[in-house]
Design a protein around this ligand. Structure first.
Ligand SMILES: [Zn+2]
Length: 305
């Protein structure tokens, strides 16, 4: 059974949309700003002399600026671009949208002082597909850009309109903690943790402490090192709460801290027993938690002021 919204959408395929004319002609100033922002140093975009040596009358715009000339600004309260198609999708419950791919063609460069117009039509609507985001339809729009009557660019823009899946209530997870990456450099650290010690790598030549462990002293390039035991006290240098995506067995919103140890090096770890009042600069102390039969982790707890 074909659903009625899909019939409505298919009626829009091939119908030419209205033409949008750029508010301003293309300009050297806009081209220059774009090149600065993108970091494109090609001189034909900003240097008239260079552009002329390459056969242009003046500077030209990077072809990828195509959309910039006619794109309307996003202002609150203005109708959404995409008009009728978006409305049909939204009514049918396809409230999610992601762009999936974009192909552009540039028959020629656009110079400064051209008034660009664009028109758009719907090229295709796919049947209902099941995707990781939910059920949805892929749609392809074709955009044609003109300077006067001359086509100066085309764009195929593909999007997925989908019905967001309701999030399922999560049962407590029995997933195991991921194992820490164990390398020849970090082996001593984890052996220390097994024994309840926080070991910090120390350069045997210049004495510089370093963490995470690595083969070479960044200070003096020595490959000789040993380790010292840290006292385990420090302050929260930075922190995040991890919400999305949910990764069992971690609880949603679980706090991860970057602790500056009193010895001077910084270490990333879980914060345990934390309320909502985590703050940079709080004093913390390491604890060694036996997470399961073969994993112990250093974790930090906030000390009461
Ligand atoms: Zn050193």
């Amino acid at each position: 059974m074909t659903e009625s919204y899909l019939e409505e959408l298919k009626k829009l395929v091939g119908v030419a949309g209205s033409e949008a004319v750029a508010h301003y002609p293309s300009s050297e100033a806009m081209i220059h700003h774009w090149c600065d922002a993108i970091g494109d140093a090609n001189p034909i975009y900003t240097d008239v002399g260079a552009a002329r040596r390459f056969g242009f009358d003046g500077v030209v715009a990077p072809p990828t600026m195509l959309q910039a000339w006619t794109m309307p600004g996003l202002k609150p309260g203005e109708p959404k671009p995409g008009g009728a198609m978006v409305e049909i999708f939204e009514k049918a419950g396809f409230t999610g949208v992601v762009a999936t791919n974009c192909e552009q063609e540039y028959p020629r460069y656009i110079g400064a002082g051209e008034r660009i117009s664009s028109s758009q039509s719907l090229e295709s609507v796919s049947d209902l597909k099941t995707t990781g985001l939910g059920e949805g339809h892929f749609v392809t729009q074709v955009w044609t850009y003109r300077s006067g009557d001359e086509v100066v660019g085309t764009m195929r823009f593909r999007m997925l309109f989908f019905r967001p899946r309701a999030s399922e209530p999560r049962a407590p997870s029995k997933a195991r903690r991921p194992r820490p990456a164990m390398t020849r450099d970090s082996e001593f650290f984890w052996q220390g943790v097994e024994q309840g010690k926080l070991l910090i790598q120390k350069c045997a030549d210049c004495g510089e402490l370093r963490h995470p462990p690595g083969p070479m002293c960044p200070q003096c390039q020595s490959l000789e090192w040993d380790a010292v035991e840290a006292a385990g006290g420090g302050t929260i240098y930075s922190f995040v709460r991890h919400h999305h995506p949910h990764i069992p067995p971690f609880e949603v919103g679980h706090p991860i801290v970057l602790v500056e140890l009193d010895e001077g090096v910084r270490i990333v770890a879980d914060l345990i027993g934390a309320s909502n009042n985590i703050a940079i600069g709080q004093r913390v102390q390491v604890e060694f938690t036996k997470v399961d039969d073969d994993l112990t982790l250093p974790q930090f707890r906030i000390l009461k002021a």
